[in-house]
Design a protein around this ligand. Structure first.
Ligand code: UDP
Length: 381
């Protein structure tokens, strides 16, 4: 079959590769001048630093098949994400761990003492937390919540944490030991030369044609037997029902000499500091040595029509609109929606690859059975 994949990010590359290996013809198009989607990395010409152009991406997973998969296309080197945060005039360790708790409260607690102390701070009247704020208050109490979560979250999401779902906070652990590894997955690392060469290697197959700077045009779809769409779900329908809400990010890029902040990621918890975090990109490749440095001062705001969508908002209003788009998508034939934008979900890279592998397999199974490939392999609501 002749397959069109719209978007040369992780989803398009992984699905395209699987179908090409199964003997199909895959055409991958992308409006941008590079492959890799938002994982794109490139070297800064002046300093040689490998820059995560659309913001930092750190690979972490518990999924062995996904880990083996990415290691088949790039050499991964060990990287542990150790995040710091500046709040109320001090620098603390994240995620909240025993060091953070002891520093914040001026204590020398051992793990059990800290656990008991935090349990006293926590709001025990909240038994079934619904919102981000309730979850945080039930989890760590008001002091830590207000210092580390409230201001940051207001800046990141542009609304009160009382309006956000508890699930957002569940991404972050609280630890009663000194483990400051931000992620708790078994496998964690960075591709030695960045994500773009890795994704280019996935796409490097005689059955795959890649066309960059090639926006999608509906006439094109008619020339193919099936389309995998990893662009925005609402964009496929020309935003006909309105736009799904996203947060976009602004990166103020600057260079420095030497080591500007001493770590890869410094969050800023205070509400009156306009940015959410500063990332120093050479620290994402600690095996490299550069005299100069490239940094991003990152802030979030509502995504307008000409901005790059990053974080799907998925509050009540967006979910209602999403349900309408899903119904329209399911009424289509010959197109499958994939990835973060195509399914309007906040997906980490490893989950994106897992779903792409599952989607490719589903396509091959449907083809063998002579049944129709659905619009979504994993329904987004
Ligand atoms: N968060 C926070 N303070 C921090 C870091 C994160 O309040 O210092 C909250 C914030 O609402 C964020 C969520 O926790 O959206 C998830 O954090 P994560 O680091 O996973 O966000 P990402 O790096 O994916 O943007």
């Amino acid at each position: 079959m002749d397959i069109l994949l719209v978007g040369a990010g992780l989803s398009g590359a992984v699905i395209g590769r699987m179908l090409a290996e199964a003997g199909h013809r895959a055409t991958v198009i992308d409006a941008r001048a590079h492959v890799g989607g938002n994982c794109h990395t490139e070297r800064d010409p002046e300093t040689g630093v490998l820059v995560h152009v659309y913001g930092p991406h750190i690979f972490h997973t518990d999924d062995e098949e996904v880990w083996d998969y990415v290691n088949g296309f790039a050499r991964f080197l060990p990287f542990k994400n150790r995040v710091k945060t500046t709040a109320r005039g001090q620098v603390f360790s994240l995620p909240i761990n025993l060091h953070t708790i002891n520093q914040f409260y001026g204590k020398t607690f051992r793990p059990d003492e800290a656990r008991a102390f935090i349990a006293e701070q926590a709001d025990r009247t909240i038994t079934d937390p619904q919102s981000f704020e309730e979850q945080a208050l039930a989890f760590v109490g008001p002091d830590l919540y207000e210092t580390f979560f409230k201001g940051y979250t207001e800046k990141q999401w542009g609304c009160s944490p009382t309006e956000l779902p508890a699930s957002i906070l569940k991404r972050l652990p609280v630890r009663f030991n000194y483990d400051d590894n931000y992620f708790f997955h078994r496998f964690q690392g960075m591709p030695e030369e960045g994500y773009t060469p890795m994704i280019a290697a996935i796409l490097d197959h005689p059955g795959i044609d890649v066309h960059l700077e090639t926006p999608f045009a509906p006439e094109r779809a008619a020339r193919h037997d099936h389309v995998f769409w990893s662009g925005p779900l609402d964009g496929y329908f020309g935003y006909g029902l309105g736009r799904l809400g996203y947060r976009t990010l602004d990166f103020e890029r600057f260079r420095a000499e030497g080591d500007w902040q001493g770590c890869a990621v410094m969050n800023y918890g205070d509400r009156d500091v306009p940015w959410t975090r500063i990332t120093e990109h050479k620290h994402f490749a600690p095996w490299e040595d550069h005299a100069g440095s490239v940094l991003y001062r990152e802030s979030a705001r509502a995504c307008g029509p000409d901005d790059i969508p990053y974080y799907p908002i998925r509050l009540v209003e967006e979910k209602a609109l999403l349900a309408e788009y899903i119904a329209r998508a399911e009424a289509e034939t010959g197109v499958t929606f994939t990835g973060r934008l195509g399914t309007y979900r906040y997906l980490d890279m490893d989950v994106t690859i897992r779903e792409a592998l599952d989607t490719g397999r589903a396509f091959l199974a449907h083809q063998q059975a002579g049944s129709a490939m659905p619009a979504f392999v994993k329904p987004p609501l």
